[in-house]
Design a protein around this ligand. Structure first.
Ligand code: UDP
Ligand code: LCN
Length: 779
């Protein structure tokens, strides 16, 4: 039973309203209000109670004698399993996993509000270890001595490998640079520094060198969090980064609208640009002009590339100087797999892919990367395999954990198996999130949800897949490895509609055709009779979870809304028979049905998936010019890039309160949050009220537009993101080194789970039939 079922039962059982209120106001009512799930196995009812984000308690009530007792997660999960697979539930030797057993000495975040701020906490822990133990300071010293770029030593030579020697040399060097003008370039005093035991990397000018030296001297005497964080933000320790994102058609053009090619690609391409810019900036300030940072974006090579560049092995990334896409093919037992495969069927190829990609990376980058970042379940698993082989710092990003999108997808995994292979997906997730040195999150929601709903990661705290394994401790969201670094929208593309000089008016004729012509064609169907009305705009893949059909239904049924605005939806394709997405054809059929049932002619335009982000950005702005709004109606959204794209273009935005958008928008301040289930009609009212108010108060639209922009500039930019990620790489990288032995124990457990469980599951996923590859076309 979910909470709503428990409440329904209370309503049914206690009919008297006064009695019911008394009950709900008491302790039992409080427990019910925090209950996420209950399992009824007579005479017991077991409750999974979540009083606060991240905090779970399990309670068992005996319905015969009303005895109440706390139980462990394992016992609760066994009750749950009784519902699905009684035999397995009572098997004393069923596979049970406990990742928490290795984390008993990891200091955790103190309370729910600090979840997702792990960098601060990690730095604090490191600082206190430094001040308490000379052994930790020695580790820092060894770490600094080991810094190098492709074999060229940086900062400290190994002649200064003891504390007294280093401190003495620092004193002399600091005194010397203090006598120089702060802008004196490093090369002017480089020789003298070499004699004292120092190499490049301290800074490009006397001023910066002095600052870095002062920070180090202070940290050696007494480390505190602020000093340590500043010091690590300046250390030259990251030059080469590998980013792994495997599924989809990963290209820079002509890929949108192709299956599994989503916001993840937009995010990563923008992230690469931001990281490279930040790396170049840091390298310049470190005085290492000769160093060329390298970012390799590793993805799958698809021989049947459908007119995209996805069959090219190496492709430079536009708007970068040194970053490339590296594509590596999937192999079946005997040959390269030519065609695209869904992300749900991708598992049999990953191990070989990881090996081949690692070899290519070592060859291209002329050495090991300094940081590997995985993306989504499959990319995270491959990133884990690479990082553990190379001994490199590992970061992971989920984008979306599918487990949250489908109710009971863990307990009912067998029902979903043929279509989605969740057994592989959730196993891979739990492996990579435990192996990661740090996890990059877009929002708090993603980790720990809100007071009512668990976060995506939180659903891995304790769960069971009856018949497969029981995870009594999967991940702890209080672990300081969780750190929020929200993405942004490329500000050279998504800028405000009021920025007249940069407007891409060249697209206006095409946009007008897209929105207003009366004919139906391959790109649009339906038309807008009254072209003066503002537009409610939405754009997404046609997945069930995106709920575009739900938006069409709301609009169709709401006479008031239909009289105030037109609806324009961009998404998917129009032919259900040809659709390649698993869920798209049903959504297509549903929209067709609604168009007919509610006669949406003249009010509604449906535009097929769009591939040109420049034109899309101008479309947002064009709709803003006409005082429209963006609406994102998803049942659940991991983050929601369209939300920040729309807000960056100055379009007032309504977005789902389920998932990431709830952290992007401050409700009724920088936009509006809506409930996609709209149980009480209040969300529809919010939309109607907005447009009605805009009619009488001409400033209302402008105020919301400006407030949205302000929110974006303060919290959601790629510059802030890149800076944070590099600082994470630096601090968590050092922390990993300091905790090497402890990490090794857990890594062994993870390896065993991978070998004994994941490989078997992956081997069961069917491989599509194919025609043999012509050897002359071998990549
Ligand atoms: N997008 C697009 N064309 C479409 C639909 C979406 O270019 O027809 C882009 C959209 O502008 C955004 C991304 O795809 O950059 C979708 O990202 P979001 O985070 O909203 O959702 P996802 O698809 O990743 O779940
Ligand atoms: C995947 C999703 O589903 C979206 O919610 C995110 O915005 C996107 O990736 C980028 O992280």
């Amino acid at each position: 039973m979910k909470q709503r079922h428990v409440m329904e039962d209370v309503d049914k059982t206690v009919e008297d309203k006064v009695e019911r209120k008394k009950l709900l106001d008491g302790m039992l009512g409080y427990i019910f209000s925090c209950t996420q799930e209950a399992v009824v196995v007579p005479p017991y009812v077991a409750f999974a109670v979540r009083p606060n984000p991240g905090i779970w308690e399990y309670v068992k009530v005996n319905a015969d004698d009303l005895q109440v007792g706390c139980i462990e997660a394992a016992e609760y999960l066994k009750y749950k399993e009784m519902i699905f697979d009684e035999k397995w539930a009572s098997d004393g030797n069923a596979l049970e996993l406990d990742f928490g057993a290795f984390d008993f000495s990891t200091p955790l975040m103190a309370d729910s509000s600090s979840i997702g701020n792990g960098l601060n906490s990690t730095t604090k822990i490191l600082a206190s270890r430094m001040s308490e133990s000379s052994q930790s300071i020695k580790h820092l010293l060894d770490y600094l001595v080991s810094l190098n770029y492709q074999g060229e030593n940086l900062m400290i030579k190994d002649t200064l490998n003891t504390m007294p020697k280093l401190q003495q040399a620092l004193k002399v060097a600091e005194a010397y640079v203090s006598t120089l003008h702060k802008d004196t370039p490093y090369h002017k005093f480089e020789d003298r520094f070499k004699e004292w035991g120092f190499d490049k990397g301290w800074g490009n000018t006397a001023g910066r060198v002095k600052e870095t030296m002062r920070l180090l001297s202070e940290v050696l005497v007494s480390a505190d969090q602020v000093k340590l964080e500043s010091l690590f933000s300046w250390l030259p320790n990251i030059f080469n980064i590998v980013i792994v994102s495997i599924h989809g058609y990963f290209g820079q053009e002509q890929v949108f609208g192709l299956p599994d090619t989503t916001g993840q690609m937009v995010y990563i391409l923008d992230q690469v640009k931001a990281l490279e810019t930040e790396l170049l900036h840091k390298i310049e300030l470190q005085g290492l002009d000769h160093v060329k940072p390298q970012i390799l974006l590793v993805t799958r090579l698809i021989p049947d590339a459908k007119g995209t560049t996805c069959n090219q092995e190496l492709e430079p990334i536009t708007k970068t100087k040194h970053s490339n896409i590296l594509r590596v093919p999937f192999w079946t037992e005997k040959r390269v797999l030519r065609q695209w495969v869904s992300r749900f069927d991708i598992y049999p190829y990953l191990e070989r892919f990881a090996q081949d990609a690692t070899d290519k990376i070592l060859d291209l980058a002329k050495g090991k990367p300094d940081l590997i970042i995985g993306n989504y379940t499959n990319g995270n698993l491959v990133a884990y395999l690479m990082a553990s082989k190379l001994g490199v710092t590992l970061a992971t990003i989920s984008h979306a954990l599918e487990k949250t999108k489908y109710e009971d997808s863990d307990a009912k995994w067998m029902e979903f198996e043929e279509k989605y292979h969740f057994s592989c997906q959730f196993t891979a997730d739990i492996i990579s999130m435990n192996a990661a040195d740090f996890i990059i999150n877009s929002t708090y929601q993603e980790i720990a949800g809100n007071t009512h709903k668990p976060g995506q990661y939180e659903t891995y705290t304790a769960f069971t897949m009856p018949g497969l394994c029981r995870i009594v401790s999967g991940i702890n969201v209080f672990d300081p490895k969780f750190m929020i670094a929200s993405p942004g929208a490329d500000q050279s593309v998504y800028f405000p509609s009021t920025d007249k000089e940069r407007r891409m008016t060249i697209y206006h004729p095409a946009i007008e055709e897209l929105l207003y012509t009366k004919n139906d064609n391959n790109e649009h169907i339906g038309f807008l009779q009254d072209t003066k009305k503002p537009i409610i705009f939405s754009m997404a893949r046609l997945d069930k979870a995106k709920n575009l059909s739900g938006l069409v239904e709301w609009y169709a049924r709401n006479i008031r809304l239909r009289s105030l605005v037109n609806l324009v939806v961009v998404g998917g394709s129009f032919n259900p028979a040809k659709s390649k997405y698993r869920e798209e054809s049903e959504e297509i059929k549903k929209i067709y049905f609604l168009m007919k049932e509610y006669n949406l002619k003249g009010n509604f335009r449906w535009i097929a998936a769009q591939t040109n982000r420049y034109r899309n950005s101008e479309l947002y702005r064009y709709i803003a010019d006409r005082k429209g709004a963006f609406l994102q109606p998803a049942f659940y959204e991991g983050f929601g890039l369209t939300v920040i794209e729309a807000m960056s273009c100055g379009l007032p935005t309504f977005a789902t309160n389920q998932g990431g958008p709830a952290d992007i928008i401050v409700d009724e301040v920088s936009g509006f949050l809506i409930d996609p289930y709209n149980r009480d009609g209040s969300s529809e009212k919010k939309i109607v009220d907005f447009f009605e108010r805009c009619k009488t108060d001409s400033e209302h639209w402008n105020r919301m537009s400006k407030a949205g922009l302000l929110r974006i500039n303060e919290c959601f930019t790629w510059k802030i993101h890149a800076n944070k990620v590099l600082n994470m790489g630096s601090i968590y990288g050092f922390s990993r080194r300091l905790n090497r032995e402890k990490k090794l124990t857990k890594e062994r457990y993870i390896q065993m789970f991978y070998n004994l469980q994941f490989r078997n599951l992956a081997n069961k996923v069917p491989i599509p039939s194919e025609t043999p590859l012509d050897p002359t076309q071998m990549p």
